[in-house]
Design a protein. Structure first.
Length: 301
């Protein structure tokens, strides 16, 4: 029963993360993408600072750690948040969710390039299948013919910046707590974006209905605050491998929510692309386990 409760909590986190694609599409109808990013980061920083101030206050870091925090804040927060909301102006939440789903694979590929980690044929097969799926989606099934829109390019930037962010955070987590890393990267990301806001603040619509302000604030707290903290806490109890399996549901949840709230339904190309991506992700995440099973079967025969 306890195990089931943990998985339900983890699945709830994935559900809220998937809902961010839909909520983002709604918010950018009322505010500029940069305004949405800044408003939500203000809420996130205040929330994280309020609940984790002891861990933040006690954190010590070297000059190299500070440089990595700044780099992570720029890549994983400033660029990532802006490109995410900007992409939703030019593409559907479904397409954005499917492209972002490849972030773990790109992270693994970057780890191989940086740390020279070994990968076998099963992993490379999974990577190829996933990228074929992304290719189908961003070219709308053409593959050979180049027909990539601005929204797809911005989604690719969101995915790549997040993958780089994960690598930096993984390195920082050896010395710093998750609360401190999350707070400082969000704070740095906010400070980087603030100077760019001076040109759009005079044009900001402050007369937006209260429910949309409530949606902006509450979603920032739940999606980027509570969900992240709950995931980091509960993931340790079931293992990162088992928890990562639930992340594969995120594009499917985004499709369902998009159909219910935005009346946007997945196209046949998006469905085929999502299948390629899902199979590819499973192969890439569990390539070691698959290899072990194959070896056991060979020894039994």
């Amino acid at each position: 029963m306890k195990q089931l409760t943990i998985y339900m909590i983890l699945f709830s986190c994935v559900f809220f993360w998937a809902s961010n694609f839909i909520i983002g599409s709604i918010l950018i109808e009322h505010w500029d993408p940069l305004t949405v990013a800044i408003f939500r980061l203000i809420v996130i920083v205040l929330f994280l600072g309020g609940i984790s101030w002891k861990a933040i206050y006690r954190t010590t870091f070297t000059r190299n750690d500070l440089l990595l925090l700044i780099l992570a804040g720029i890549l994983g927060v400033s660029i990532n948040h802006y490109s995410f909301y900007a992409s939703l102006q030019h593409t559907s939440p479904i397409t954005a969710a499917l492209i972002l789903a490849c972030a773990p694979i790109v992270t693994s590929l970057l780890n191989k390039m940086i740390y020279h980690e070994s990968r076998n044929g099963i992993f490379w097969l999974g990577a190829i299948l996933s990228f074929v799926g992304v290719g189908l989606i961003i070219t709308k099934g053409a593959l050979i013919t180049i027909s990539i829109g601005k929204g797809e390019v911005l989604s690719l930037i969101t995915m790549l910046s997040f993958a780089l962010f994960l690598i930096i955070v993984n390195h920082l987590s050896l010395k710093m707590s998750a609360q401190s890393i999350t707070f400082y990267t969000n704070l740095i990301g906010l400070l980087v974006l603030v100077p760019f806001s001076f040109t759009i603040l005079p044009q900001t619509n402050w007369q937006v209905a209260i429910p949309y302000w409530f949606l902006l604030i509450l979603s920032a707290i739940i999606i980027h605050g509570v969900s992240n903290l709950m995931w980091n806490q509960k993931m340790k109890e079931v293992g990162s491998t088992n928890a990562s399996l639930l992340l594969n549901f995120e594009p499917a949840i985004a499709m369902l929510l998009s159909a219910v709230f935005l009346k946007q339904f997945p196209t046949s190309v998006q469905i085929y692309g999502s299948l390629f991506i899902l199979v590819g992700i499973l192969l890439c995440i569990y390539y070691k386990e698959i290899k072990a099973i194959v070896l056991v079967k060979k020894t039994m025969n």
